[in-house]
Design a protein around this ligand. Structure first.
Ligand code: ATP
Ligand code: MG
Length: 173
């Protein structure tokens, strides 16, 4: 990648590998249509920055480093389906610490001049796109201890989209 090209960036909670593999296997067993998100790409977006010049990376890292977030348990216990077929897992009760984390990030990013989505934050883990909901009731039950958040670079080529973690910051116990 050339150094002058903008980077497609976002902040997210990583889904730990064992949970991601369990989630992907569970999703695959539902046998729903659509384009599944690869297990290694499963994440919960906190703030989407879109195309940014590389020169802003240090500033973004400094913003994240200034956040004192609390660790929390994330319990994904619902399956949701949005417009255009976005199938996702979500917590029926989002932890306060998660909402606080998103809020602090948002405030600081806006203050620094980043343009963010104005829609209400709806924490979710995307499972598949262009999908359909299952016909019966399903009761997902996945949980992990969120102990860090990360800045990701989204890279796409003919083989698809991959996310690369550029840096991560701890959430305090
Ligand atoms: P692709 O777009 O290549 O199918 P993707 O959507 O996973 O793959 P990106 O578009 O780079 O990859 O998005 C990275 C993350 O940011 C995803 O969680 C995506 O849902 C989220 N995202 C993308 N665009 C926006 C946006 N405009 N507002 C909020 N979140 C977004
Ligand atoms: Mg996208």
């Amino acid at each position: 990648m050339s150094t002058s090209e903008p980077l497609r960036l976002f902040f997210a909670l990583p889904c730990p590998a064992p949970v991601a593999h369990a989630v992907a296997a569970w999703r695959d067993r539902l046998q729903l249509p659509g384009k599944a998100v690869a297990a290694e790409n499963l994440h919960l977006t906190l703030a989407f920055l879109g195309a940014q010049p590389r020169s802003r990376l240090d500033e973004l890292k400094a913003i994240a480093a200034g956040i004192r977030g609390q660790a929390f348990e994330l319990h994904l216990d619902r399956l949701g389906h949005w417009r255009a077929g976005l199938l996702h897992l979500l917590p029926s009760r989002p932890p306060e610490a998660l909402l606080d984390l998103e809020c602090s990030l948002r405030e600081r990013l806006l203050q620094a001049g980043y343009e963010l989505e104005s829609r209400t934050f709806r924490p979710h883990l995307t499972l598949a796109r262009h999908s359909s909901p299952p016909s019966g009731t399903v009761r997902p039950d996945f949980r992990w201890q969120a102990e860090r958040f990360a800045l990701y670079l989204s890279e796409s080529d003919r083989e698809g989209t991959r996310y690369r973690s550029l840096a991560h910051w701890p959430l305090c116990p």
